[in-house]
Ligand binder design. Structure first.
Ligand code: NAD
Ligand code: DAU
Length: 358
């Protein structure tokens, strides 16, 4: 079997569902179930004997060691992390705990486990560390996209914590010979994304007729990748990636935030006509401190070496995504109850025009 950490979150749950749809190999899904983890994402495999869920914290090294000894996975795909930049600005400690110390604890447990393997099991074992393009920092408009050789220059507590975890993974390969693979992916979107992130936040607010808060002037640029394409890239890297290597994963879809939000509004207006265009809900609000201007990914290495490229364009992926949220409004209502409201007040309450935005 394979072991997945963070498999109840956005990308992790998509990965688990896709994995079990493409393969017979069981998945041990280890997740702490923070605010971002949601077993409802995994309802489709709740009765599937190939899916084994264990609620555990990656910081708990003894628990990780026990799980490895008990289930003997042939590979680990490590998603578990605190993932939201704005939350890392309000409270960085959790990001250091999970992303840095948690990855360290997990690596220590895996090092011991790998040392105890022999023969083919040892040679074919893989530790796939899922990281982000944010570790490379911010690009000016004229600069070429990030390659795997771009220098690290993280600017937020989130990206700094992910960069630290990348360095630990690199060191465990070079020092202990752990067969690691690291990926740096651009902004994902798709089903099951928690509505603290731009696209699901905007879909949910637009449906409620609430303001659509855009930080700064709305012209920051992100490269958007449909989550199913990310999952396909990870499966391919696990299958054929070279240990010790980093692979950039991106969608070749650079968009300003304003363009993304306008596109979502137009799709919703066409699906559910409103008295006036939802574009009128756009509200410019105080910028994110340290807001990275632009991310762009050069994904030629993974295409050249492993033959992966995205199947979805932004146009097809965003339509599928908006439709998924229209079809799953119960899921959205569920995750927006309770603690989510506290987050909205904390993040948007002091941003002036967006007070009460979400
Ligand atoms: P998410 O916040 O939706 O999910 C994170 C999951 O990890 C949750 O299920 C949570 O319960 C779990 N978790 C958190 N702390 C844990 C701990 N200490 N022990 C065990 N489980 C824990 O995140 P996501 O957007 O799905 O991102 C997954 C990974 O992909 C992260 O490592 C992130 O840095 C990376 N990534 C995300 C994107 C993106 O656009 N979302 C892009 C590139 C890379
Ligand atoms: O690039 C990969 C990264 O993408 C991942 O590593 C992170 O885990 C993931 O959260 C994402 O980070 P971003 O900060 O780019 O995503 P977010 O959805 O928070 O914001 C996208 C852009 O939209 C960013 O420029 C900030 C802006 N934004 C965001 C929110 C939540 C707004 O303008 N208004 C908002 O309310």
């Amino acid at each position: 079997m394979i072991l997945v950490t963070g498999g109840a979150g956005f990308i992790g749950s998509n990965f688990v569902l896709d994995w079990l749809a493409c393969s017979d190999e069981p998945v041990l899904n280890v997740d702490k179930l923070t605010y971002a983890g949601n077993l409802a994402n995994l309802a489709a495999v709740a009765q599937d004997p190939r899916h084994v869920f264990v609620q555990a914290d990656i910081c708990d090294q003894a628990a990780m060691q026990r799980l490895l000894a008990q289930h003997a996975p042939r590979a680990i795909v490590h998603f578990a992390a605190e993932s939201h930049v704005d939350r890392s600005i309000h409270g960085p400690a959790a990001f250091i705990d999970t992303n840095v110390n948690g990855t360290f604890s997990l690596l220590e447990a895996v090092r011991t486990y790998h040392a105890g393997l022999s023969g083919t099991a040892r040679d074919t074992f893989r530790f796939l560390h899922v990281s982000t393009d944010e570790v490379y920092g911010s690009l000016a408009a004229h600069e070429p996209p990030f390659t795997e050789r771009s220098p690290y220059a993280p600017n937020s507590p989130y990206s700094a914590s992910k960069a630290a975890s990348d360095h630990l993974v690199r060191a465990y390969h070079h020092t202990y010979g752990l067969p690691t693979l690291t990926t740096s992916c651009s902004n994902n979107y798709g089903p099951f994304q928690f509505p603290e992130k731009l696209i699901p936040l905007v879909i949910a607010n637009a449906l409620d007729g609430k303001p659509l808060p855009l930080y700064g002037d709305g012209s920051n640029v992100r490269d958007w990748l449909y989550v199913g394409d990310h999952c396909a890239a990870l499966r391919r890297i696990l299958e054929a990636g070279r240990p010790g290597e980093t692979y950039n994963i991106g969608g070749w879809n650079e968009k300003t935030n304003l363009d993304v939000v306008h596109t979502v509004c137009d799709i919703l207006d066409a699906a559910l006509p409103a008295p006036s265009s939802r574009r009128e809900l756009v509200t410019f609000v105080a910028d994110r401190p340290g807001h990275d201007r632009r991310y762009a990914i050069d994904a030629r290495k993974i295409e050249r070496e492993l033959g992966w490229k995205p199947a979805e364009s932004f146009d097809t992926g965003i339509r599928r995504t908006v439709q998924w949220y229209l079809d799953h409004q119960d899921w959205v209502a569920d995750v927006r109850s309770g603690a989510y409201q506290h987050w909205v007040r904390q993040n948007y309450g002091a941003r002036g025009a967006a007070g009460g935005a979400a």
